[in-house]
Design a protein around this ligand. Structure first.
Ligand code: DOR
Ligand code: ZN
Length: 424
């Protein structure tokens, strides 16, 4: 099977490409990248005036299976991913049961083998049941194929335990992904502490609860000699702490979500529970610092933190609603609209954040259009605008922070392993 993509504007930072070129795909791999390829193919896509980029590697996704199939499944989540140009995801372990043992990993791998539409990589838990009490068997989980460990949703409060985890992760070459939140400080807050919490009469989550934990976790990683990746950072101070750690030469990477880079705490003033996220939406100053952090390369990755929740968990009083929003289908368009159009990031930088950097951090052979690479490709109309409407969401849950918003940048094709699996 030969698929030829002609006249597209290729963006592939790994090969320093940002120009009009053709791509030939043979079976599951990219076989040629060159101007004006004339070879016969079974199918030809004319990508004139379109961006041709590697499929997105989203390193922070909650697929909810096993256990919460009412929110999302491996099948529905990976279908939604295809609609957003995402061809690889890292599945977070806060499922029911948590992904905290070789048996549970084998169970998950079996579901993935049968139902996943794209590449699903697995993140194991740091502690058993994500309860922060007892370490999981990182060596055995690595043998079952996990790429990373995280108690996402929680931080590991015990310094001693987290330090042990870092040392073991280093030994077994597993990435540690830190959810940075000191619960003693954030307590039962629901929105950013300050102007919003006061105005809404709701309990606040301070920035301090995040950045003090960012600082602690980076210090422990340094002591353990282990790389660390900070999940979904949300405030200026966290960006500054990561910047200074990088300056000191530490192996620290971090990610931001599409919602934290584009929305401020004012979005929650209408008590819309689709704006209830942990960490919470912060101030304008924080969003500016995040944008600058992206532009300067302090923030390496954009990841969705796709967090599906049912209507009955979201369509209730603000204080009782679950934290989190879906993001797979909108992340690229949000980033084009908020970062590329205003000139904050170039296309090449954007593709680094969505494809190359997460693939490198996870140490997987993805995120590139190199000859010989897996033929995972997204073709995007960079100018087309579209409105996010509930009825068209592929994910099982509809809790998007961008409902009714008009975004620029529409997926035309998502190709996974050489096959067109989405055509918009
Ligand atoms: O808003 C969030 N939702 N933040 C998290 O850390 C976890 C996530 C979830 O799993 O729903
Ligand atoms: Zn998460």
């Amino acid at each position: 099977m030969k698929l030829l993509i002609k006249n597209g504007h290729l963006v592939d930072p790994e090969n320093n490409l940002d120009e009009v070129l053709d791509i030939l795909i043979e079976d599951t791999k990219i076989s040629r990248v060159a101007p004006a390829i004339t070879e016969d193919a079974d199918e030809v896509i004319d990508a004139k005036d379109k961006i041709v980029m590697p499929g997105i590697v989203d390193m922070h996704v909650h697929l909810r299976e096993p256990g919460r199939e009412d929110k999302e499944t491996i099948y529905t989540g990976t279908k939604a991913a295809l609609k957003g140009g995402v061809t690889s995801v890292l599945a977070m372990p806060n499922t029911e049961p948590a992904i905290d043992s070789p048996e549970n990993i084998r169970l998950l791998k079996d579901i993935i083998r049968h139902n996943a539409q794209i590449a699903v990589f697995i993140c194991g838990a740091i502690t058993k049941g994500r309860l922060g009490q007892e370490l999981t068997d990182i060596a055995l989980m690595k043998k079952e194929g996990i790429l990373a460990i995280s108690d996402d949703g929680f931080s590991v409060d015990s310094e001693k335990l987290f330090f042990e985890a870092l040392k073991k992760a280093r030994r077994h070459k597993v990435l540690v992904i830190a959810h940075c939140e000191d619960k003693a400080l954030s307590k039962d807050g629901v929105v950013n502490l300050g102007f919003t919490s006061t105005r809404m009469g709701l309990r606040g989550i301070s920035k301090e609860s995040e950045y003090t934990r960012v600082k602690r976790d980076i210090n422990l990683a340094e002591k353990a000699g282990c790389p660390i990746h900070i999940a979904h950072l949300s405030c200026k101070e966290s960006v500054e702490i990561v910047a200074s750690a990088k300056k000191r030469g530490l192996k620290v990477t971090c990610e931001v979500t599409p919602h934290h880079l584009s929305l401020t705490e004012e979005a929650v003033l209408g008590y819309d529970t689709n704006m209830k996220i942990n960490p919470p939406l912060r101030s304008k100053e924080d969003v500016e610092a995040i944008k600058q952090g992206l532009a300067l390369g302090v923030i390496d990755v954009i990841a969705s933190d796709h967090a599906p929740h049912t209507e009955s968990e979201k369509d209730i009083e603000f204080e009782r609603a679950e934290f989190g929003v879906i993001g797979l289908e909108t992340e690229l368009a949000v980033a084009i609209t908020e970062l590329v159009l205003p000139g904050i990031l170039t296309w090449k930088q954007l593709v680094e954040k969505f494809c190359l950097n997460p693939a490198r951090i996870l140490n997987i052979n993805k995120g590139t259009l190199s000859v010989g690479a897996d033929a995972d490709v997204a073709i995007v109309d960079p100018k087309k605008t579209w409105k996010v409407v509930k009825e068209e969401i592929a994910s099982k849950s509809k809790n998007s922070a961008f409902l009714e918003r008009t975004l620029t940048g529409k997926l035309l094709y998502t190709i996974y392993a050489g096959r067109i699996l989405y055509h918009g």
